[in-house]
Design a protein around this ligand. Structure first.
Ligand code: 5GP
Length: 113
């Protein structure tokens, strides 16, 4: 399943974003509805609906997304952050293009709601 989402429009440059990073495989940008003082998303350029749709061939890409987000966080002098991947509607996924949330700048609660 591959549908056009708001994130594919961001990848294509059809809609703007506050871009933090871009390379051949991914793009990172600030979330428009931040849930913490720092809240950015790292998404693959490849159209993948969610983590559950990932294939064996995506293993390196998944590592790249996490490592890229970590580099961005460290470039902001952060040493504490939370990463979130919502998978499926009940988990809170609203955009059906794989993305990793990076949240920081406030105390996080556990368990998450
Ligand atoms: P989800 O709920 O699917 O895990 O996360 C989707 C995230 O995308 C939400 O945090 C939401 O605020 C963010 N978002 C939705 N539309 C846009 C947009 O057009 N631009 C940006 N930068 N973020 C968006």
């Amino acid at each position: 399943m591959s549908e056009t989402t708001i994130f594919s429009k961001i990848i294509n440059g059809e809609i703007p974003c506050e871009k933090l990073h871009e390379d051949d495989h991914c793009i990172a940008f600030n979330d428009t509805s931040p849930q913490a003082p720092v809240h950015f998303l790292v998404i693959p350029k490849k159209t993948i609906v969610s983590l559950s749709e990932c294939m064996q061939e995506d293993i390196n890409l998944l590592g790249h997304l996490l490592f890229t987000g970590s580099k961005i966080a460290k470039s902001k002098y952060l040493s504490n952050w939370r990463t979130v991947i919502n998978t499926g509607e009940e988990s809170g996924q609203t955009v059906f293009h794989l993305h990793i949330h990076f949240l920081s700048g406030r105390k996080m609660n556990w368990p998450p709601g």
